[in-house]
Design a protein around this ligand. Structure first.
Ligand SMILES: *Cc1c(COP(=O)(O)O)cnc(C)c1O
Length: 380
């Protein structure tokens, strides 16, 4: 499906703008590889359209910076990525659906084998082809989503015939609680990963997502797989975010109007003006990725946007196509019809907005801007 934003339309008509800074993305990768995981290979998680930043352009920028290994979620993402990066190593995190092994081989994709059934199917396929194709083996160290149990893992990799039929190119696992470095689960998973994979240490190992990279060298092993940190997101809740922002969303003011004290704003009449207010109605809503849960009401505050250096709190419910902002205390010359307002970006950190919406910045990034104009350039 072609995103609406890809269809050219006259400038001036756009309701909003999504700007992606590929230089910042590349700089974030270089920082993680060059400063934080010097001893390991820094790969990139690029699933879900590279966290909403545009798979093709984002992956090209990462590859130009030196990234060689990419993790997508589903095979179709891998097939698309293969067109633009003929030489990259591409892992498919969701692994194999029954009967799909030939497609992986055709496109040079490596499945992350998430169950003993998948592993047996891949091994049998390789044996039938008479060729040993690479795949990652996922060990479940406690998240209980994908991955072989420790017993299955040890038995499978210790089985000479199985082991000889395919090429286990990576042993990996995934952290459940990385966003909270003090959570005891992290050490438990680390210990389990280390001990269960130790007998097979000739196969490269990978445990760390972004949070794992930030938690330190113990978690790095041979390869790290950061996602959110590359895109400027906040991988660890309790620490300052060292990454540069990569995405900015701006939406345009449609009208500016007065609301008398005591009147209500928006659907459900959920918010009452406590004093005479001046509102700006902007052309962005939950259909543009501005999650509805960041709405404001008389009971709880919602998110905010930035107009110049001023914070403009959301008033009332976020609707499909528009958001009402409180601009009462913002100089009128900044609040002009047609002006662009920062809804998310360097001054409205996605993680901050996400806290109002009771979610995480990942959800904001992967929901962004389907009908905005998309621009690649600096965020300033
Ligand atoms: C998404 C994903 C990553 C990247 O996670 P971030 O938290 O975005 O760094 C790494 N590994 C696996 C298995 C994933 O699903």
């Amino acid at each position: 499906m072609k995103a609406q934003a890809d269809i050219p339309f006259p400038t001036g008509l756009q309701s909003g703008r999504l700007t992606i800074d590929l230089d910042a993305l590349a700089a974030n990768w270089r920082y993680l590889q060059g400063q934080l995981c010097k001893g390991a290979e820094c790969a990139a998680a690029v699933k879900a359209d590279a966290y909403g930043t545009g798979q093709e352009k984002a992956c090209k920028a990462l590859a130009d910076a030196g990234c060689r290994t990419f993790f997508v979620a589903v095979a179709s993402e891998g097939i698309t990525l293969r067109q633009s990066l003929p030489d990259a190593v591409i892992y498919v995190l969701d692994g194999l659906f029954p009967g799909t092994a030939p497609h992986f081989v055709e496109h040079g994709l490596r499945p992350v084998l998430g169950s003993i059934e998948e592993l047996r199917e891949w091994a049998a396929f390789c044996a039938a082809e008479g060729r040993s194709f690479p795949a990652a083996v996922h060990l479940d160290t406690g998240i209980h989503r994908l991955g072989l149990s420790a017993e299955e893992f040890t038995a499978a990799l210790g089985d000479a015939e199985l082991r000889a039929s395919f090429e286990p190119s990576l042993n990996m696992s995934h952290l459940a609680c990385g966003s909270d470095p003090d959570h005891p689960m992290n050490l438990r998973q680390l210990e389990k990963f280390r001990s269960v994979t130790a007998p097979f240490a000739s196969i490269p190992r990978s445990l760390a997502n972004s949070a794992g990279v930030l938690m330190g060298a113990d978690y790095h092993f041979d390869m790290a797989r950061p996602g959110i940190a590359l895109y400027g997101g906040k991988a660890i809740d309790t620490r300052p975010n060292p990454m540069s922002p990569v995405a900015k969303v701006e939406a345009r003011i449609m009208i500016v109007r007065d609301v008398p004290a005591g009147d209500t704003i928006g659907y459900g009449a959920a918010q009452t003006a406590q004093r005479p207010l001046r509102n700006a109605v902007v052309a962005a809503g939950y259909a543009d990725g501005m999650l509805r849960r960041a709405s404001s009401s008389n009971l709880r505050p919602g998110g905010y946007a930035m107009i110049g250096d001023y914070k403009a709190p959301i008033l009332g419910r976020i609707s499909m196509d528009m958001i009402t902002l409180d601009v009462t205390d913002i100089p009128a010359e900044l609040v002009q019809r047609g002006a662009f307002v920062e809804m998310l970006g360097p001054r409205v950190e996605a993680a901050d907005l996400a806290a109002y919406a009771e979610t995480i910045d990942y959800e904001y990034l992967t929901s962004l801007g389907r009908r905005f104009e998309r621009v690649y350039g600096p965020l300033t």
